[in-house]
Design a protein around this ligand. Structure first.
Ligand code: GDP
Ligand code: CA
Length: 333
């Protein structure tokens, strides 16, 4: 079975671990979000690709959900001793090696997709991990300048500014109101080699419980990817990252509000829409959302959606695959 998964960081990576446990023989292609990428200290950092790679390669810091396990922080401390900014983005010593190798290879002319493949040769994630695009895309968030503090806030009351997604998410903990989400560079971005082919040849396409706006939304915004999903033979089934009207982890509610979507399992399904989604899984506690999703033209079922351990997550993956098989039969595809 050929499965394509569009993935962000933690939510995507943890789901993939369950999917691999449920379907060890499957041929899994992961299209990874690169809108979270950031250049720091001259290095190209790809947080979501690395979270998937480290999680599936048994190198992740489990408690944190990102970064390397058994990490040390000498480089960070030395940079801080030089007074070099920023100090708010956590890069550990082991993690640095990944970013150095990536940056060096890209400097030598290799595209990000080839670099990712080379990094995966070490981590053996057991999936084919492809960045959504080899072109540089960096998500920005439009906020009120007043919320940023400092002299600019006082000088330009009422002004707005676009800041890098990581500054909004990590430094500011998504506290300022987000007025818009802007994936800078996306109009010119092309899907990375292999992305459209994998979608066209897939038997099943899954949206894990990743952030619908800044993870899956960004991947869908790469010109050509949404159309390929709509045209694909394979059914598209998603799992809700929203349970009981709140994200299970993180601040997805802030970026959903920025795109005018209510923080609920049903609203996220409608946001993707019946043109894209064939099936949607909501948590058992959100069973009352099922009729609304089905009325919108998307098959829906309620099952436990907490990824508490690999077996619970594998059960979610099995349910998603079962739903895909059902909608495929119903659709006559
Ligand atoms: P990020 O890039 O690290 O933020 O990760 P993703 O975009 O892949 O996933 C983030 C989303 O995962 C958040 O919106 C969470 O609500 C969701 N999430 C995290 N853990 C769980 C879980 O156990 N169950 C469900 N349903 N969603 C989860
Ligand atoms: Ca992310």
């Amino acid at each position: 079975m050929r499965i394509v998964v569009l993935a962000g960081g933690i939510g995507g990576a943890r789901f993939l671990r369950g999917l691999k446990a449920a379907e060890p023989q499957a041929d899994i292609t992961v299209v990874g979000n690169t809108g979270d990428d950031i250049h720091l200290f001259g290095l190209k950092v790809c947080p979501d690709l690395d979270t998937v790679m480290y999680t599936l390669g048994e190198g992740i810091n489990e408690e944190q959900g990102w970064g390397r396990r058994d990490e040390t922080w000498s480089i960070r401390d030395e940079m801080a001793a030089y007074g070099v900014e920023p100090t708010w983005f956590g890069l550990g010593d082991r993690d640095y090696a990944t970013h150095i190798v990536r940056t060096q290879m890209m400097g030598a002319g290799y595209p990000l997709s080839a670099v990712t493949e080379a990094l995966c040769a070490r981590w053996k994630p057991g999936v084919r991990l492809i960045p959504m695009s080899d072109d540089r895309v960096e998500t920005h968030v439009v906020v009120d300048t007043a919320d940023l503090g400092g002299p600019a806030a006082a000088e330009h009351p009422g002004a707005r500014r676009a800041i890098h997604f990581q500054e909004y998410w990590v430094k500011l903990r998504a506290e300022p109101t987000a007025h818009a989400i802007v994936p800078v560079g996306i109009e010119e971005a092309k899907p990375a080699p292999g992305v459209l082919g994998a979608i066209a040849e897939a038997d099943v396409i899954l949206f894990p419980p990743s952030n619908p706006v800044v993870s899956i939304g960004t991947i869908l915004a790469v010109p050509g990817i949404r159309d390929a999903l709509v045209e694909a033979e394979a059914p598209v089934v998603g799992l809700s990252p929203i349970i009981g009207g709140a994200p299970v982890r993180g601040m997805a509610d802030k970026v959903l509000a920025a795109v005018g979507v209510e923080t609920s399992a049903a609203a996220v399904a409608r946001h993707y829409g019946p043109g894209l989604l064939d099936g949607w899984l909501v948590d058992s506690g959100d069973a009352d959302a099922v009729p609304a999703v089905e009325e919108a033209g998307i098959a829906c079922r309620a099952i436990p959606l907490l990824m508490t351990d690999v077996e619970a997550t594998a059960e979610m993956a099995r349910a998603a695959l079962a739903m895909a098989a059902e909608v495929r039969v119903e659709g006559g595809a």
